[in-house]
Every structure is written in C-alpha cells, then in structure tokens.
Design a protein around this ligand. Sequence first.
Ligand SMILES: Cc1ncc(COP(=O)(O)O)c(C=O)c1O
Length: 442
Amino acid sequence: MTTTAHNGSAAGDLAARDADVIAGVEKLRFFPLTIAGGNGSEVTDADGRTLLDFSAAWTAVGLGHGNAAVADAVRDALASGCSASILSATHERAVLLAERLLQMIPGKPDRRVYLGHAGTDANDVALRGCRRATGRQGVIAFSNGYHGGLGLAQGVSGVHVESGGADAAADSVLLTYPSAALTDSEARTHIDQIRRHLQTQTIAAVIVEPIQSDGGIIMPHPEFLPALRQMCTETGTLLVCDEVKAGLGRTGRLLAIEHNGVQPDVVTLGKALGAGLPLSAVVGPASVLDEPAASALMTTTGNGASCAAGLVVLDELDDGSIIDNAAAMGEVLTALINQLRASDRPGARLIDEVRGRGLMQGLQLLPNGTDDALTTSAKAAFRAFELGLVVYPVGDGALELTPPLTISRGECVRGMELLAQALDDVAEGAVSDADIAPYAGW
Ligand SMILES: Cc1ncc(COP(=O)(O)O)c(C=O)c1O
C-alpha cells in the first residue's frame, strides 16, 4: 500500500517547519499537503509528487493552477508599477474591473462595486452596508451556511457558530435552510418561519448561499429562493447572495442563483475572481456601498496586480467556453459517481447521496463501521491524498468535488478512479484513527 510518511523528505521537512512558524488559526488541514507548483488541474508537492486537485484550492483557482494568461497579466501589472491601492488614487485596471462586473452581473441601475481581498471582507462590507442603508440591524442567515472567517461574516456563519468557533453576530438569527432534501410541506414551514422574521421589519438583509458549500453541498428547495426574493421585496429587506464559492461559472452559469431565476439586490464574489490572488467584490446598490465614505478601508484592496488577475478571469468567463466546460464536466462527474455508487466495489456502500450542480458536487458518505460519517469523510480524504487526489470534507461527512473549471474528461475519470480506490480502502479499514489524528479539520 502506498504511504506518505514524509519523515526525512522535503515535504516532511516543510510540513514540520510550517508547524513551527505558521499560526494554527489560519489552517484547515486534513492531510500533510505541501505545494511546490501546479499546472492546470494538477499540483506538485515538495517531493515532486503530482496530485490531481479536485478542490481547485477551495475553488480559488477556477482557471487552474499556473494559468499563463494570469501570470502574464500580473507580471505586466507589477512590472509597469501598477497602483498598490485604490484608497487615495484611482487606476485603470480597478475601474475597468468594476465596470465589467457591473456589465456582467444583472441588477438595477445606480450600483457600485466594492473591491476587497476575500469573501470574508466582501460579506462583512455588504452586510454593514445593508444595515446602514435600511436603518435596521437584523440579519438572517442560515444554519450550515459559511460566509467568512472573521468579524460579521464569521458571526453569521452557521458552520462555525455550530462548531463553537465564533460568537453569533448581535441581531443576527440563523434559520433552517429550506433544502431540496425536504418535502414541499417541510420546506414551506421553514419558508413561513423566515417570513415571520421578515415581517417584524427589523431585518436589514438576508444572506444566502445559492448552494450551501462548506455546509455539505446542500441544494435549495426549488421554492425557497424565489419565495425569499418575493418576501424580501415585500418587506423592504435586502437580499444578499453569497456567490463567493458557487459563482463565476462553477455551476454552468455565471452566477449559481441564475438557476433559480432570482435576481438578488447584492452579490458577493471572491475566490475564483482573483485566480489565486486576493480579490473579492461586492456588487450592489450605491445606497449600500457609497456611504459613509471611508468606512471600509484596507490599504491594498483594488491593487493593480489583483485587478489584472481579475480582468483575465472575466475575459475567460465572457468567452463562455469554461462555463460550458463546467456544465459538461459536471455531467461527466455525476455520471461517474452514479456508476461507482451502482457498482459492487466495497467503497460503493459508503456513498449515500450525490448533490450539486456543474463542477460543484458533493458526495455524502455514510458511517463506516464504528466511524460516523464525518470521520469516514476525513479518512476518505486522507486516503485520496495518499493515492494522489486532493479532495476535502465538508458538512456532515460529505466530500466536496470542485475541480478547476478547465478540467478535462480524462482528468475526471482519473480522479474518480482514485476516489473509488480511496473509498474501497477506507471501507476495508486501511486508514486508522491515528492517521487522521494530527489534522484537526473543521
Ligand atoms: C460561500 C462562501 N462565502 C464566503 C467565504 C469566505 O471567503 P474567504 O475565505 O475568501 O474569506 C467562503 C469560503 O469558504 C465561502 O465558501
């Protein structure tokens, strides 16, 4: 059996140095992955081992690793002395990026774009702006939602609140996400609960993921998002759609919420927007994003290098072929998963359900022996890593499959072969509790 005891290897040495110097608070580790380089859907570790990346660095590299057009654009921007900041001076790349986002993302007239560093600050700024614009303090978010790792965005994140990682934000409430797993009548009960909160006229905004991703790739019930749009309109509440992970082509449309026929008031973007560089955006009404001036300042937001990367990403999305590829490869992946599930391989019995859209697929696992589903997914991800596949656990025992939007059919097949082997090995007890003990995960 392949093992990856890195003791004495370059990867092992790097992991040990990392443990000594890099803060634990910013790590979400499931196995000892080191990265020395990457190309397309593959990464190379510090020992020169190549792994297929079915996470796209948690979707940050939608265009794939080492994208040449991004590298050229960023190099040009830096070499030409591009602006490091939009705080006190403007520059062409930032204005162009904002203009193009406004063209691509549908909405009412008189909108603005906030350029930020990460999904976290984008959501924080969006929610603060909604509070100010409406004069209300309340925020509705959903259990199992994830909107960020700091501040208000963390405070309305169900994933972390439930795990005790952060205090809930004041005046916020976490309600049940009416998911596709519910019956119509159950979904309506939860929609009615949201309505009752909105009717108090104290809620500034509802923040919602069109597919809950870190919560376990949970799909919305078909009635949920259209009903939410209507209830928000009726109660003067702003609808903030967090497209940080599901947006920008991943589901086979530019925005994931397009599948639900809903137009939000505010859209937040991040991850893939910067192609691996720090870049996020909020697109929303001027009334939410213009005032008070100078109230959301970070020196290097809107810097020329990040904007240069963002412009390449928007070019690729405008061209449309990577969005079509995401839709087509999503079907390939789903078919391969269903084929595996129907097989008589030992690992097939660990698969409970497949959920998702396009290149955002979740494989819900079942408990294995004395292990609950969460432990089973951690062991499956660990074994997949040993075999050469990067895939992360999310939610309550799901594996998240979110490869780069550029992935090929052959890579989908190869990745699923590795995943099938990993599940077989886990089903047969190949991964011990001690193997995964060093990795705290979520
Ligand atoms: C839906 C969603 N929103 C916001 C965030 C936070 O983004 P970031 O980690 O870039 O701050 C994430 C990150 O996982 C996310 O999945």
